[in-house]
Unconditional design. Structure first.
Length: 287
């Protein structure tokens, strides 16, 4: 019977077409790979690879063997990987980037502590996920919660408040909202209207709320604010760590409540599994 290690080496060579890459995948040197090929040829009584000074390539017999073997080793690796992960349960979550980076990820270690056997697969996307067609167990959506055909639980209602680096307030009266006129406004590309909304509902006039700097994401806008490049208007929950550390401050100016919020959403047609229920309950008690 041919050596399984030699057969594995041959399958890697057939798949990748390069001896160096096949050797790397197997964890051996190219010369050791060549030795395994000679060993396999000796065991099978056939020439499987060409040796023409340009590396190793499959002969016709080698190609025939590769075709017969198919994806046998891939299936073996999948079976072993599945066995290694026995007892673990996957939880596939889709959410928006700001929620993921600014709130969820810093707190996920808490969830992993109470649910250590749940393997999290987290994806960030701005598009609407179809829970009945796509392989996600649940999503976190931003909106008003009136999506048809899904089960929605409100995590929190969104608000907007002004945050700046503490250095920008030096020599100024933080009780006076008119000092906002001295600051450059920082915008995120996906939320260009936030300053207009805040100004209108707060009853304050900054002048031209379309001026200032536009950043690709709210995360970048927060970093720009920390660097003292201007003022942002943001939900306090997304900058709680920066506020606690003193990198940002929120003057005691109006906080504007919005109609939108962050929602836990799942399909009611799917079985409510333990990981999904545990994640939902953890979210609701953590916010």
């Amino acid at each position: 019977m041919a050596s399984l290690r030699a057969l594995h080496a041959f399958s890697l060579l057939a798949r990748h077409g390069r001896a160096a890459l096949a050797a790397e995948k197997l964890g051996v040197s190219p010369s050791a790979l060549s030795h395994l090929m000679r060993k396999l040829e000796s065991e099978l009584g056939a020439t499987l690879v060409n040796r023409d000074g340009r590396g190793l390539s499959l002969t016709e017999e080698g190609q025939r063997l590769a075709l017969s073997m198919g994806d046998a080793f891939d299936r073996i690796e999948e079976a072993v990987d599945s066995f290694k992960r026995r007892g673990r349960t996957e939880l596939r979550i889709s959410t928006v980037s700001t929620f993921a980076t600014r709130w969820l990820i810093p707190r996920l270690p808490q969830f992993q502590t109470i649910q250590p056997d749940v393997e999290l697969l987290l994806s960030a996307s701005t598009r609407m996920i179809d829970l009945d067609r796509e392989n996600y167990d649940c999503v976190i959506r931003l909106g008003t919660g009136n999506w048809p055909g899904v089960e929605s639980r409100l995590l929190w209602q969104e608000h907007l408040a002004v945050a700046v680096a503490p250095g920008l307030l030096n020599g100024k009266d933080p009780e006076d909202p008119s000092i906002l006129n001295d600051f450059r406004l920082l915008h995120s590309a996906s939320r260009r209207n936030d300053w207009n909304v805040w100004q209108e509902k707060a009853g304050l006039d900054h002048g031209d709320t379309t001026s200032g700097m536009v950043l690709q994401s709210r995360d970048l806008a927060i970093q720009a604010a920390i660097a003292g490049m201007g003022a942002i208007v943001i939900d306090r929950r997304f900058v709680s760590q920066e506020l606690d550390a003193g990198h940002l401050v929120m003057p005691d100016w109006p906080r504007v409540e919005l109609d939108t919020g962050y929602w836990f959403v799942r399909s009611p047609t799917r079985t409510l599994t333990r990981p999904v229920a545990a994640f939902r309950d953890w979210l609701l008690t953590t916010v």
